[in-house]
Design a protein. Structure first.
Length: 132
């Protein structure tokens, strides 16, 4: 499989955004409830919109460990879901604006991941397998 790519420390701000989304779950009434226990005890568990920023964030931090197609697909679908949710919670249902805030990490991290994959920004490796 090759050498493991070096961690991109200059992209660590994305990890903080992913951590914001992770501990929030939705109760049966549709309200966002912070807390780690909700992830394991509520019926929805961890939703797509809350786990995708974490997965895409890891892919951004270690891009050499994941195929370009997998990173592109995860980021593109995440960006689509983020845009739809932002339009829904900020535009169509502004009374539930907090749900829009919870989807911002999905939108921001997915957009950033796509931005880092544009031509000329792709990661290169030297002969020892380290990221350049």
């Amino acid at each position: 499989m090759g050498a493991v790519a070096r961690l991109r420390r200059n992209r660590g701000a994305g990890a903080a955004r992913a951590a914001i989304a992770f501990p929030y779950t939705i109760d049966p009434a549709g309200n966002a409830v912070p807390g780690w226990a909700g992830m394991f005890l509520n019926g929805a568990g961890v939703t797509y919109c809350m786990i995708t920023p974490v997965v895409v964030g890891v892919m951004v931090l270690r891009p050499g460990d994941y195929p370009v197609r997998a990173r592109w697909l995860a980021a593109y679908v995440g960006l689509l879901f983020g845009l739809v949710n932002a339009a829904t919670w900020f535009g169509l249902r502004p009374a539930s604006w907090w749900m829009g805030v919870l989807h911002l990490p999905l939108l921001i991290i997915s957009g950033f991941a796509l931005w880092t994959m544009r031509p000329g920004r792709e990661m290169t490796t030297d002969s020892e397998g380290s990221c350049a």
